[in-house]
Design a protein around this ligand. Structure first.
Ligand code: AMP
Ligand code: MG
Length: 339
């Protein structure tokens, strides 16, 4: 298959129109969003959803998030919507926030991987919203990467992973948030944070005071444990280079990595010039939003350094730092070194 490159930076209207036409015909199209690039398909089309799973190599039991471009579309996707969902929508939509609700009957069974719930997001990115509106369809869209690889935050990342496997890529702006949406389940007895993102627990608790943070956010699930969010049990976000997450102060981190050979470091910009092995800075240790924006491209870039192992300096767990930390412990397969 030839993957069409639709250049939204040069000809926005025709890129949006072509993407919507392909989606209406049951095709699959990678689209920019503010979190990461998504691989979109009609949430009503079983065959399009199956093509998404196949192109990504995604495990069949890992459900997809459905994207809408107006609050009116929510009732096409979900049913029995609780009052707190509307409070969340009012506060966090459009934006990097996903709610798990009871599934509407027209949504393909494959979207929810057989669960009777569905995850829904109204993104803030204009390009994806215009494509949803032009197609008139709710769009199921997981991250547009090969399953297990770092998520794509630029069109070139999508092309590296999926060229020849999908119908088209809308080449637009890089993702401004850089980590996937915050996912909160509203179908259990208490609201439950399943995946941290740019909407932080502190912000969520203002609307959902009894929010519970799921164990899988920071811990590795045991092989017999059932995941509230099926995606959390899989190895994720990993570069090909063997990856370790390192906790400790800047001085200890610099001394530790400088004693290593055939290794690289992903470090904070404050440490960059003190490190004398191959290195990539993912931003200032004081700015978790920058770390989030750069984390996945840094994980991709490390594979070009030609080293066997990479040591990543762990961010703080404050604010969006919790989301960055959550991705990095998965990228490192829970191999954490405390200095
Ligand atoms: P991705 O599509 O790669 O952003 O991953 C979507 C995440 O949302 C995965 O971790 C899924 O497990 C989670 N998710 C999607 N739908 C549901 C659902 N119905 N219940 C619980 N988690 C869900
Ligand atoms: Mg993903």
């Amino acid at each position: 298959m030839t993957t069409q490159k639709l250049d939204a930076l040069r000809d926005y209207n025709s890129a949006v129109k072509s993407a919507a036409e392909i989606l209406c015909k049951g095709g699959i199209v990678a689209v920019p969003t503010e979190t990461v690039y998504g691989l979109a398909a009609s949430a009503y089309s079983d065959s399009a959803i199956k093509a998404v799973f196949e192109a990504k190599g995604r495990p069949q039991d890992n459900p997809l998030i459905v994207h809408i471009s107006s609050l009116d579309m929510l009732t096409d996707v979900a049913r029995d919507i609780p009052e707190c969902a509307y409070s969340c929508a009012k506060t966090f939509w459009p934006g990097p926030f996903t709610m798990v609700l009871s599934k509407g009957e027209n949504i393909s069974e494959s979207v929810s991987a057989g669960l009777d719930s569905v995850a829904v997001r109204f993104p803030a990115n204009k390009t994806v919203c215009d494509i949803i509106t032009a197609s008139g369809l709710p769009l199921a869209a997981p991250s547009a990467n090969t399953s297990g690889r770092p998520s794509p935050t630029a069109a070139r990342h999508v092309i590296d992973d999926l060229d020849g496997k999908i119908d088209a890529v809308v080449c637009g702006e890089d993702s401004v948030v850089g980590v996937e949406s915050t996912v909160v389940s509203l179908v259990g007895d208490k609201p439950r944070l399943l995946r941290p993102g740019a909407v932080t627990p502190e912000q969520l608790r203002k609307v959902l005071p009894d929010l519970v943070i799921d164990d899988a956010v920071l811990k590795q699930l045991k092989s017999d444990e059932k995941a509230a969010s099926p995606g959390m049990k899989y190895k994720h976000y990993a570069p090909k280079t063997e990856t370790f997450l390192v906790e400790g102060c800047s001085g200890s981190f610099v001394r530790f990595v400088n004693s290593k050979t055939d290794c690289a470091a992903i470090c904070f910009e404050e440490e960059y010039y003190s490190i004398n092995i191959p290195k990539i800075s993912y931003g200032s240790k004081h700015n978790e939003s920058t770390l989030a924006k750069n984390v996945f491209s840094s994980l991709r870039d490390v594979d070009n350094l030609g080293v066997k192992q990479v040591y990543i300096h762990a961010p703080s767990k404050d604010g969006v730092g919790l989301a960055v930390y959550n991705r990095l412990i998965r990228a490192s397969g829970f191999k954490v070194i405390t200095l």
